[in-house]
Design a protein around this ligand. Structure first.
Ligand code: 5GP
Ligand code: MG
Ligand code: MG
Length: 184
């Protein structure tokens, strides 16, 4: 699959599985006094793999919602100016909401999303991201659950794309520089 395009595997399928289980247990524990279904909000498309694995690993009932946003800027960096492409189907007022994200880089997308969802008056709002890059610490976004802190490199796989490719890889890796220059 994608022969020669992946320069290195950063996080293996097994490491992802173990981390998803660990995060699910931690959240299950932290929400033990909360009654009713949790509401998971996945951010399309990058968080799809994490969202579906996480929901299945979570030992308590959760409802799944998706949002699609686009941040203006180049394909590899974000500007913080966000537009909703697909909004939630339901009201989240008085619900216990967990935003499920693939990766936080500058944190600008997430910062906008948190403000937006907070204004809809959920009972609680937390963030669970599989990956976090070093720059994220500069922006003051409260992220309660983080799978892996990774170096400042562009990664693909397990939902994350480059030009819509590689989302279907079961692991997370870096791309060979030739991919960026070949123009798919
Ligand atoms: P932020 O607003 O935190 O800078 O950007 C977050 C979004 O940028 C992510 O949801 C993702 O779509 C994209 N992004 C940031 N870093 C990477 C990366 O290393 N690989 C991929 N494929 N997308 C990234
Ligand atoms: Mg994302
Ligand atoms: Mg992308």
């Amino acid at each position: 699959m994608y022969d020669g395009d992946i320069a290195s595997v950063l996080i293996t399928e097994q490491q992802i599985n173990d981390k998803v289980t660990e995060l699910a247990k931690q959240i299950d524990d932290d929400y033990r006094d909360v009654h009713g279904d949790l509401l998971l909000v996945g951010v399309l498309k990058g968080a799809v793999m994490f969202m579906t694995d996480f929901a299945r690993a979570l030992p308590r009932p959760a409802q799944l919602e998706f949002m699609a946003v686009s941040s203006y800027g180049s394909s590899t960096s974000s500007s913080g100016v966000v537009r909703i492409l697909k909004d939630l189907d339901r009201d989240i007022a008085d619900r216990h909401v967990v935003i499920v994200e693939d990766i936080i880089d500058s944190g600008l997308t997430l910062s906008w999303l948190l403000k937006n969802l907070e204004s809809r008056n959920p009972a609680s709002l937390e963030v669970c991201t599989l990956l976090r890059k070093p720059d994220a610490v500069q922006v003051d976004v409260p992220v309660r659950y983080v799978g892996f802190d990774i170096p400042n490199e562009f990664v693909v796989g397990y939902g994350l794309d480059y030009a819509e490719r590689y989302r279907d890889l079961p692991y997370i890796g870096t791309l060979d520089p030739k991919v960026y220059t070949s123009g798919i």
